[in-house]
Design a protein around this ligand. Structure first.
Ligand SMILES: Nc1nc2c(ncn2[C@@H]2O[C@H](COP(=O)(O)OP(=O)(O)OP(=O)(O)O)[C@@H](O)[C@H]2O)c(=O)[nH]1
Ligand SMILES: [Zn+2]
Length: 231
């Protein structure tokens, strides 16, 4: 069962079935599409089930899941999938670590070209690219690495690019309470490259702008110009 803060506690005395049931009980989306956070390490109870599922996948495509090269593959793949979705175990307040500093600075701060690797929730294949984040401090600045850490939390989940873009903007807005936040993501979706429409060069660009970036076209334009310019 989820604890007060929405986490599933590690339950050392419970059976795997009971732990899995507890894990399943929190897998609900809120209106903003965000999952409840799962306590770190909790999802590993699902490892045997995931391993079996990957073994079935191998058999289903005509492979011999017992041949030497594939013996450890189901467990490796299960662990990799847990890694690709590790954002479910992280929350913003934990990664921020109180790294919000009083600073008399109100000019635009931009962290650009942050790499992301996320997973398309429709096909369970990667989409990846760059995130650019800008904000207008209101006498508070955030530790620069924390912006990239917030990006990790939301990109390491099953996503659509639009929701990912907005979740990053909203999280930074709540954490730093700036005059405005802008987030742009440019990404390539493997579901459009390796299968389906098979368009290798297509890139998807999404943006989410809050506060002054939304209200003031000049501020928005300054951000767009700065993220376009050379490094
Ligand atoms: N808006 C949005 N769409 C996405 C994202 N990732 C994948 N998609 C799209 O989700 C759609 C799913 O469409 P469906 O017709 O249900 O699935 P499909 O038959 O596999 O579609 P195709 O990819 O066109 O073959 C596709 O158009 C994908 O390109 C995303 O991040 N944002
Ligand atoms: Zn897809």
């Amino acid at each position: 069962m989820p604890t007060q803060n929405g986490q599933v506690a590690l339950q050392p005395n419970k059976s795997i079935d009971e732990k899995l049931a507890a894990l399943n009980s929190i897998g609900s989306h809120g209106d903003d599409g965000e999952f409840d956070q799962v306590a770190p390490g909790t999802r590993e109870v699902a490892l045997p089930v995931m391993t079996n599922a990957y073994r079935s996948l191998l058999t289903s495509v005509g492979e011999d899941a017992l041949r030497e090269g594939l013996l450890k593959t189901p467990e490796r793949a299960a662990k990799a999938f847990l890694f690709f979705t590790k954002g479910y175990e992280e929350k913003v307040s934990d990664v921020l670590n109180d790294a919000i500093f009083a600073e008399n600075h109100e000019e635009m701060v931009i962290v650009k070209d942050i790499d992301i690797f996320s997973m398309c929730e429709h096909h369970l294949v990667p989409f990846f690219g760059k995130v650019h984040v800008g904000y207008l401090p209101k006498n508070k600045v955030v530790g620069l690495s924390k912006i990239a850490r917030i990006v990790e939390i939301f990109s390491r989940r099953l996503q659509v690019q639009e929701r990912l873009t907005k979740q990053i903007a909203v999280a930074i807005n709540e954490a730093v309470q700036p005059s405005g936040v802008a987030v742009v993501i440019e990404a390539a979706h493997m579901c459009m490259v390796m299968r389906g429409v098979q368009k290798n060069g297509a890139r998807t660009v999404t943006s989410s702008v809050l506060g002054n970036f939304r209200d003031d076209p000049k501020t928005r334009e300054e951000f767009m110009t700065l993220i376009r310019n050379s490094h």
